[in-house]
Design a binder for this molecule. Structure first.
Ligand code: ZN
Ligand code: ZN
Ligand code: ZN
Ligand code: ZN
Ligand code: ZN
Ligand code: ZN
Length: 391
């Protein structure tokens, strides 16, 4: 283990590495004092509890997480794939940007991914090596540099960053923490930088908030530039902003319950609609079946009617045929008899037979052939047609 006097030298007064490396003052949660979990038992907890830092579509880690106006979080890859659709794949809220890529980064989730990966490194490997020299075993972790440092490199680091307050913590101590504790501790150790141009790069830490510009400022900006005022403590401002969100979220819960009620009502409505449609479909099927049965019955009757009338018509035509045939035979016989009379009859025979033959021929002369077509359409087919039309 590194000599404690080396570690203590040059540490900021807020460092957790004070004295014998006792628990940090903020570790007062229910997890305080719990023995370090083994990596195997800790992995599922990290996995399950921190699923929310992943892209909500592909469930993957990504250094480019974007926050949509609907407050869903998607990675750049998913957003590019989703671009033709132009709306959030989860809630279907439109994405207004023509590129399909929202402007807002989800800094919280990307940074949490980074911090969780550091935690995983810590809890997984016992012989973690120094990020700088890469040979010695890491003894501390600087949250500002986001580096694991060996004792020697840590000394150099302390000398180099003398004027800035970099918080460094013992690797062993961190390893004993739960993921939640680790995130809670590291969250306190991140600094907020001055918003004036270039000041963040120069490491100007902000502790003051200008209410007029709504920006965090470093002491020199606040003191030297007279246009800034009124001021307040940056922590009270971040606290106020968190509370503001908390209150809004609380207020939205009422709205949410009314939306939930509407959702249930709409679901019922959908079920009811489905039932009504189902009933109507059944009704249509039954009625059509009934109608088809009726029409089939009518078909039978009409076909029967046609059959009967065809039979009747056929008989009539046969009778007519026979009658006409008889007439034709009579005419033939008359012709033949008149011809034989003129060839062979004696005067006595003419005198005796001529009046009788004349009578018969006169009767034939009276006969008219029946008008064809009148019999071919027996009047009753008209009834068939009418019933067919009425179907
Ligand atoms: Zn994704
Ligand atoms: Zn959405
Ligand atoms: Zn080193
Ligand atoms: Zn550092
Ligand atoms: Zn500044
Ligand atoms: Zn200002």
């Amino acid at each position: 283990p590194p000599p404690s006097h080396v570690l203590q030298r040059g540490l900021s007064p807020t460092s957790h590495l004070d004295g014998d490396g006792a628990a940090a003052p903020m570790e007062t949660g229910p997890q305080t004092g719990t023995p370090p979990c083994s990596p195997s038992s800790q992995q599922p907890a990290v996995k399950d509890d921190f699923q929310f830092v992943l892209c909500e579509r592909c469930r993957q880690e990504s250094p480019n997480l974007k926050l949509l106006t609907c407050l869903h979080t998607l990675c750049l890859g998913c957003l590019s794939e989703n671009k033709p659709i132009g709306q959030c794949p989860i809630c279907r809220t439109a994405i207004p940007q023509a590129s399909g890529i929202p402007n807002m980064e989800n800094l919280l989730f990307t940074n949490l991914q980074t911090r969780l990966n550091i935690y995983k490194k810590l809890s997984n490997s016992s012989g973690l090596s120094c990020s700088r020299c890469r040979s010695e075993t890491a003894a501390v972790w600087c949250s500002e540099c986001e580096e694991f440092l060996c004792t020697k490199c840590f000394e150099d680091h302390q000398w180099f960053f003398k004027k800035r307050s970099h918080e460094a913590r013992r690797v062993e101590e961190l390893r004993a923490e739960s993921a939640h504790q680790f995130l809670e501790d590291t969250r306190k150790s991140y600094n907020l930088f001055c918003s004036s141009p270039g000041h963040a790069n120069q490491g100007h830490i902000s502790s003051i908030y200008c209410r007029k510009c709504e920006k965090p400022l470093c002491c020199s900006c606040a003191l030297l530039d007279s246009q800034h005022a009124p001021f307040c403590d940056i922590h009270s401002e971040t606290q106020r902003r968190q509370e503001e969100l908390g209150i809004m979220s609380q207020e939205l819960k009422q709205k949410r319950s009314s939306f939930e009620a509407t959702y249930v009502a709409l679901q019922d409505e959908a079920v009811r609609l489905e039932q009504v449609q189902q009933e109507m479909r059944e009704l249509i099927r039954q009625r059509v079946e009934q109608l088809v049965r009726l029409i089939r019955q009518e078909e039978e009757e009409l076909l029967g009617l046609v059959e009967a009338q065809q039979e009747q018509g056929r008989q009539e035509v046969v009778r007519e045929l026979q009658r006409v045939e008889g007439v034709l035979r009579r005419m033939e016989a008359g012709e033949r008899l008149v011809e034989k009379m003129s060839l062979y009859a004696t005067e006595q025979e003419v005198m005796d037979m001529q009046p009788f033959i004349k009578d018969s021929l006169e009767q034939l002369q009276q006969l008219q052939p029946p008008a064809t077509g009148d019999q071919a359409q027996p009047g009753d087919l008209a009834e068939c047609r009418a019933r067919l039309q009425a179907l």
